[in-house]
Design a protein around this ligand. Sequence first.
Ligand code: AMP
Length: 401
Amino acid sequence: MAKLSITDLKDLRGKTVFMRVDYNVPLDENGAITDDKRIKATIPSVDHLVKEGAKIVLGSHLGRPKGKKDPKQSLRPVAARLAELSGAPVNFADDCIGDKVDQLKKNLQPGQILLLENLRFYAEEEKNDAAFAEKLAQGIDVYINDAFGTAHRAHASTAAVAELVKKRGGQAAAGFLMEKELKYLGGILANPARPLVCILGGAKVSDKIKVIENLLNIADVILIGGAMAYTFRKAQGFSVGKSLCEHDKIDLAKSLLEKAKGKKFFLPEDQLQTTEFKAGAPTRNTDGPSIEDGWEGVDIGAATIETYKTEIAKAKTIVWNGPMGVFEIPDFSKGTFEVAKAVADATKRGATTIIGGGDSAKAVKQAGLAKEMSFVSTGGGASLEFLEGKPLPGVAALSDR
Ligand code: AMP
């Protein structure tokens, strides 16, 4: 079901809007912001609300204060950066609920912004507590969620506040950033241009079982890399040496292989193996899928890189989640970076290319190719759960179009 978008909201002038944003930015020991990309990412929605003359209340979490007030995890530094980036006045409330905050909300003029203090200074936020949500929703006419990264959590600011606003007859919409996530990720599940090639890697099969199960029903081709490939190979009877392998998940891998029968489900035909998990250690390409005793797999092998590049070159839609190997160590990064290049080339030929959040986003950025992709998701856990086909509470709570 399509969800209401920020651009569907009419007559925002003078209305008080609560927008859930993701300002979980990294801070250094002096409290200075070391990367402001998450603040920048919300500027289109903030600008739009300023232009429309809304009274803007922004709520976010930062870090893991676990229900305790911690000045080191205050959002105060974000208020100053947001004012610079948006060019609009930003007031900061040193709490997120209470009489003082309610008064600050009332004092807002059209186009003004009030940034609330860290929502997770209250344990009730993560408990989706109804009484806490009432306080957050005090004086709020309209709800917007622009924080895709927390949409897979039913918290007060992502779920209960939206429900409350709707119950009072108000609207709950997706911000521009959230809308983009839903468009790209939703497009894969709903109506992808084919062939749809899904590239899945990373450490563990167990983290991605549901994604694999769901994508087996949707994808034309699935390419597996990373350490999770070894669990599948072990299940098929190949040796994995001392590689990272989920020995207790062999039955699970077998049942996924059974479901993948008759589908284009690729496992690496060769691997890059090393004697030691560190830069500069000896490496050798395996002859086939097996890894030798005393060696461990750290990347997909040379033949696999070529096979995967050929499949990627045929794709019209690509979704990639999880690195092909230990890309953090340059000696073991070739498979991941070659795949990144192939996906970037696919974008140039007109394919829609989507990078799931987390480590694959990091790898693509490290390869200097993030801008060459159609879309890089901002949510690690959220994009995985979306690809599992699970409804995300933060999306489900929005008004239908
Ligand atoms: P995930 O969070 O499940 O996507 O896993 C990402 C992590 O898997 C990265 O830190 C990679 O270094 C790691 N990884 C990928 N391939 C391997 C491998 N062959 N052996 C050990 N770790 C790996």
